[in-house]
Design a protein around this ligand. Structure first.
Ligand SMILES: *[C@@H]1O[C@H](CO)[C@@H](O)[C@H](O)[C@H]1NC(C)=O
Ligand SMILES: *[C@@H]1O[C@H](CO)[C@@H](O)[C@H](O)[C@H]1NC(C)=O
Ligand SMILES: *[C@@H]1O[C@H](CO)[C@@H](O)[C@H](O)[C@H]1NC(C)=O
Ligand SMILES: *[C@@H]1O[C@H](CO)[C@@H](O)[C@H](O)[C@H]1NC(C)=O
Ligand SMILES: *[C@@H]1O[C@H](CO)[C@@H](O)[C@H](O)[C@H]1NC(C)=O
Ligand SMILES: *[C@@H]1O[C@H](CO)[C@@H](O)[C@H](O)[C@H]1NC(C)=O
Ligand SMILES: *[C@@H]1O[C@H](CO)[C@@H](O)[C@H](O)[C@H]1NC(C)=O
Length: 353
């Protein structure tokens, strides 16, 4: 999966020099036996040695990481609807009944959405669990107020009267969609998964990179899209350090690029599978729900594609041992349950890293 066949002409690579660290798999340069990565600030080389067994690489300072035993159990990580064995597996005041976490029922006082059972949310008007708003219903402040396969189109932060629950991936190109910005955002209410404010805030075709990816860069000036949509917009993305051994920077990809589409189609898959409806409103895209209702292979495929799309520059030309080191940490963060709730409807706001 990580065998990215990347062809970059050496001449174009050598011409660029950045101040990014280089990542090298070489254990002889590590300070001690339990170190898994170490940055030599003089040479700007980060030496990497993956951890053995069930140990994962945890950063202990800005320059070094240590192998630590992977904590196999995280209490209170399962949202309502997700699988459990005992109460302590479930979040907040949820209880484990017949191997499923259950939250508070309708009209019960609550403090957070996580307190409420599947299909409910904690309404700010009187802090009780009430049914989620259906598609097309007005009155939401955020995605969590809407049924799990819809997000909130926010026209006004203060007055929810005009805010409407809208099905994910339902709004056509060039249809008005509240809340986008002039630089363009990923937005899963749009069919294209992308929106922009071009005078009017609307759904828009997802841009693709102007050149074949990966594109090496020193700054954002080369990180541009093809002319996109009716307004022939050129979008810009950022130039980032990677995990490669040559300190080369690469442009992030655009939401219309192939690698991004692979991730995007997993998100669509999760929604159309119907499994998204089985968990707490806050756990709709969380790992506890996905692990409970998706096969292990699907969940892992989702995770890998997500990281490749969101952290594309890190993957390009990176040695396997470096990715292994980086990915164990990612997997660990992901295992922390509802922490990775995605505030869809806005941009990709994964609460990771
Ligand atoms: C190392 O990185 C620092 C900060 O990113 C930079 O100022 C410095 O010039 C780099 N040194 C080398 C040798 O690339
Ligand atoms: C690791 O680093 C040492 C010292 O810098 C060097 O002698 C050795 O050749 C390196 N090994 C590999 C596999 O790059
Ligand atoms: C290994 O080296 C790191 C970084 O210098 C240090 O923080 C850590 O305490 C050392 N661990 C051991 C077991 O010596
Ligand atoms: C860091 O790199 C410099 C230059 O390559 C080298 O002289 C120095 O010994 C290294 N420091 C450590 C702690 O490995
Ligand atoms: C709380 O407010 C909702 C509407 O926002 C209403 O439907 C519900 O009956 C209220 N519950 C209580 C216990 O007052
Ligand atoms: C628009 O959204 C992008 C991506 O989320 C963000 O980085 C940028 O700061 C936003 N721009 C404005 C003008 O709000
Ligand atoms: C951006 O990088 C290019 C080389 O790719 C360089 O010619 C240009 O001066 C840089 N622009 C800025 C604003 O740093």
């Amino acid at each position: 999966m990580l065998g990215l066949a990347i062809l970059i002409t050496l001449s174009s690579v050598k011409a660029l020099s950045s101040t990014c660290p280089a990542y090298k798999c070489n254990k002889t340069n590590l300070p001690n036996q339990s170190s898994c990565s170490y940055l030599n600030t003089t040479s700007n080389i980060t030496y990497v040695n993956p951890c053995k067994g069930d140990y994962i690489c945890i950063s202990t300072s800005s320059t070094s990481s240590q192998c630590q035993y992977k904590s196999s159990y995280i209490a209170n990580s399962q949202v309502s609807g997700a699988k459990c064995l005992y109460n302590q597996d479930c979040t907040n005041s949820n209880t484990c009944i017949q191997n499923t976490c259950h939250g508070l029922s309708i009209n019960t006082p609550c403090k957070s959405h996580l307190d409420c059972d599947v299909g409910l949310f904690c309404t700010p008007s009187n802090m009780t669990c009430v049914p989620q708003l259906k598609k097309g219903q007005l009155g939401c402040y955020e995605d969590a107020n809407c049924v799990n396969n819809a997000g909130c189109q926010v026209f006004s932060q203060s007055n929810p009267e005009n805010n409407i629950c809208t099905e994910y991936f339902s709004v056509d190109d060039y249809e008005v969609l509240a809340g986008c910005n002039a630089t363009g955002d990923v937005n899963y209410l749009c069919k294209s998964g992308f929106c922009v404010d071009i005078g009017t805030s609307l759904c828009y075709p997802a841009p693709i990179s102007a050149k074949k990816t990966p594109i090496s860069c020193l700054n954002n000036t080369v990180c541009i899209s093809k002319l996109t949509g009716k307004a022939e917009q050129v979008f810009t993305t950022s130039c980032n350090c990677g995990l490669n051994s040559e300190s080369i920077m690469f442009c992030n990809i655009f939401p219309g690029d192939d690698v991004y589409n692979e991730y995007d189609s997993m998100v669509r898959d999760w929604i159309t599978s119907g499994n998204i409806m089985k968990c707490n409103t806050y756990g709709r895209f969380g790992s506890s729900c996905m692990k409970s209702y998706w096969s292990d292979s699907k969940y892992k495929e989702f995770t890998r594609k997500m990281y490749r799309a969101l952290y594309y520059p890190k993957f390009v030309n990176a040695e396997d041992c470096v990715l292994e080191m980086a990915f164990y940490e990612y997997y660990e963060l992901l295992d922390k349950g509802f922490g990775d709730f995605i505030a869809l409807g806005g941009m990709i706001a994964f609460l990771i890293v």
